[in-house]
Structure formats: C-alpha cells, structure tokens
Design a protein. Structure first.
Length: 218
C-alpha cells in the first residue's frame, strides 16, 4: 500500500518527461528550429526540478545557435551573393567612368565646340564654366588671378568670341603663356584637373580645367 503513492508519482514524472520528449520530437519533425543539446538537457532538468540553470549561458547558446542558423541559411547566402554582385557591378561602372575621364581629350580654345559660348574673364573668375561634354565626361574651366591686377574685364569678351580670337591664337602658336606647357594632371574633388596652358594664354591668367563624369552619372 505504501508503494502506491510512490508509483503514482513515478508514473506522473515519467508521463511529464515523455510528453516533453514527444513535444521536442514533434518540433524537430515539423522542421522548426533545432534545439541545442544543452538546451534540451536543461529543459528536462527544469521539468524534473532536479537542478537550476545558468540563464546567461543559455542566452549565449541560443544566440550562437541563431547566428549559425542565419549564416547557414539559403536566404542569407542569397543576400551575400546579391551584395557581392552589386559591389562588382558598381566597381566596374566606376572603373569605366575613370577610364572615360582619362581617355577624353582635353578641351582647348581651338577644339571647343562652336555651340559653346566661352565666358568673359569676370565670369570665369567667379564660377566654373562647362566648355564641353560628350555625354559621359564634362569639362569645366575656372580662372584664378595670377596677381593683384588681372587683365581688365572689357578685353575679355572680345578675346572670348570666336572665330577671330581663335584664329589669332592659332596664328601665334609660340606666344607667351602663363601656364607651363604640358602641365601635369592631378586628382581633386572636382575630378581630374590640370593647369591649362591654352586657356591660360587665351585669357591671360592662370586657368584650370577639370574633367569629370557628367552630373547625371557622377
């Protein structure tokens, strides 16, 4: 008679353990998140009331298992592959832009398109001016005074008007220039730039020219 309560307690405990095991087995069969062994063991201990558990260690294990599951998932691998593909395409586009900038010939007063109206010296001293674009690369010029008394503004509009000024420039290829011939190009926030001897001679002050991708592509 004394063994009946103990047997009943054992039956209840066994039933509880069995139900817990069946529940975990059902989760695994249904394809749910895998439970680490340490978590399964702790779950059994909690059901049986045999021991306490380290909550911090359990959280670390769960986080580690979640990270491993995410990193190993097909969805994550697709995201990584898509990112790598986009980065590759982006870098290829940037490289093509850089090459286009390098390949574009420098615009000079003699090669500027006839539809482009060159600015006056006053305008060029206060803002950059687009002197050419091929749809991929645009070129801008900007003047900087070389001394306290730059050439007077009234002379600049006449000098900037084709074709007479361009013909005069072509007729005097050896005239003095304010910039060294073949000035080296350099990278800047405005693109690939150089001190332009042709435009410097044309305006009588130091004129810089820069090449960069057109604004819509930059």
């Amino acid at each position: 008679e004394r063994s009946k309560p103990l047997r009943a307690l054992a039956d209840r405990t066994l039933g509880t353990v069995t139900r817990a095991a069946e529940a975990m087995r059902a989760q695994a069969v249904a394809g749910k998140e895998r439970v680490p062994r340490v978590e399964r063991d702790e779950a059994l201990r909690r059901v049986l009331g045999l021991s306490s558990w380290d909550a911090a260690a359990e959280l670390r294990e769960k986080r580690k298992a979640l990270e491993e599951t995410v990193l190993a998932s097909a969805a994550h691998k697709k995201v990584v592959a898509a990112h790598d593909s986009l980065v590759t395409v982006h870098n290829d586009v940037l490289d093509s832009f850089k090459q286009a900038v390098l390949d574009a010939p420098w615009v000079t007063p003699l090669t500027v398109d006839s539809a482009v109206k060159l600015p006056t010296l006053d305008e060029l001293l206060t803002q950059s001016w687009c002197v050419g674009s091929d749809g991929l690369v645009a070129q801008y010029i900007r003047a900087h005074p070389s001394g306290p008394s730059p050439p007077s503004a009234p002379d600049a509009p006449e000098a900037a008007q084709p074709p007479s000024a361009l013909l005069a420039l072509a007729a005097k290829p050896t005239q003095e220039t304010t910039a060294p011939s073949g000035a080296s190009a350099f990278e800047s926030e405005y693109g690939l730039c150089r001190l332009c001897p042709e435009f410097s001679s044309f305006y009588g002050v130091r004129v810089y020219i820069c090449k960069r991708p057109v604004p819509a592509l930059a």
